[in-house]
Design a protein. Structure first.
Length: 231
């Protein structure tokens, strides 16, 4: 009951912030992105804390789901889907979506090999460690969050809302959103660089296809492959 109450409250708060605080403004800037980012972090923290003891095994996935729900509620009450880039993309971009995901897997693998060779054994990302030690229920929750929820929320946030908030050249949009995307995963410093590269490739997909669906699908495919490899 408390989880449903927390989710409903946070969705309403996100929607109210998006609708009322910035009502009447047709465009947005970095200051609104910072508000949205803080809302996301707050939702993750609250979600983890309010989880009852008997549901503690899904506290982290629920926190990620709660934070993402607030983000999507804010964004969808604040602006139109088309302004975020949520529109159809040409089917000829499908091979490029697959190629970007494959390149990212190769870049990450090569980076891990190089780090292992020069530094020694490196720690796994925090979510990987939690996934490997989780219960069956928590694994299902993590699978949903990692494969489906994370690509939607992160792409809406980075290549959707932030993309339009950066009032600069396309190259700068790609670089800034790519670096910030990598920094989101700073729980393991070794994963930041390849994810910055991945973020930039997703930005190129966003620009060339003119649609947020292209980077979202590439993100989904990459996360699916990663999860299959560690499962």
């Amino acid at each position: 009951m408390i989880l449903l109450l927390a989710l409903s409250t946070f969705v309403l708060v996100g929607g109210a912030l998006g609708f009322y605080l910035f009502k009447g403004r047709d465009s947005w800037d970095i200051s609104e992105f910072l508000v949205l980012f803080l809302l996301w972090m707050l939702g993750i923290g609250i979600g983890v804390e309010v989880c009852p003891q008997r549901w503690k095994e899904i506290a982290t996935p629920f926190g990620l789901f709660l934070g993402g729900s607030g983000v999507l509620s804010f964004v969808f009450f604040r602006c139109s889907l088309r302004s975020l880039g949520i529109r159809r993309f040409p089917l000829q971009f499908t091979p490029w979506i697959v190629l970007v995901a494959m390149i990212q897997i190769m870049v990450s693998t090569l980076w891990v090999l190089l780090c292992t060779y020069f530094v020694g054994t490196i720690e796994k990302q925090e979510f990987v460690q939690e996934f490997l030690t989780s219960s069956p229920y928590e694994r299902w929750a993590f699978t949903f969050v990692i494969i489906a929820w994370a690509p939607i929320v992160e792409e809406v946030l980075m290549r959707g809302f932030l993309w339009e908030a950066i009032k600069r050249s396309t190259t700068e949009k790609i670089i800034i959103s790519g670096i910030l995307f990598g920094m989101l995963h700073i729980d393991n410093m070794y994963s930041v660089l390849p994810l910055c590269v991945f973020g930039c490739m997703l930005g190129v997909l966003r620009e060339r296809s003119g649609s947020l669906w292209a980077p979202m699908l590439a993100h989904f495919l990459n996360n699916s492959i990663v999860l299959i490899n560690i499962a």
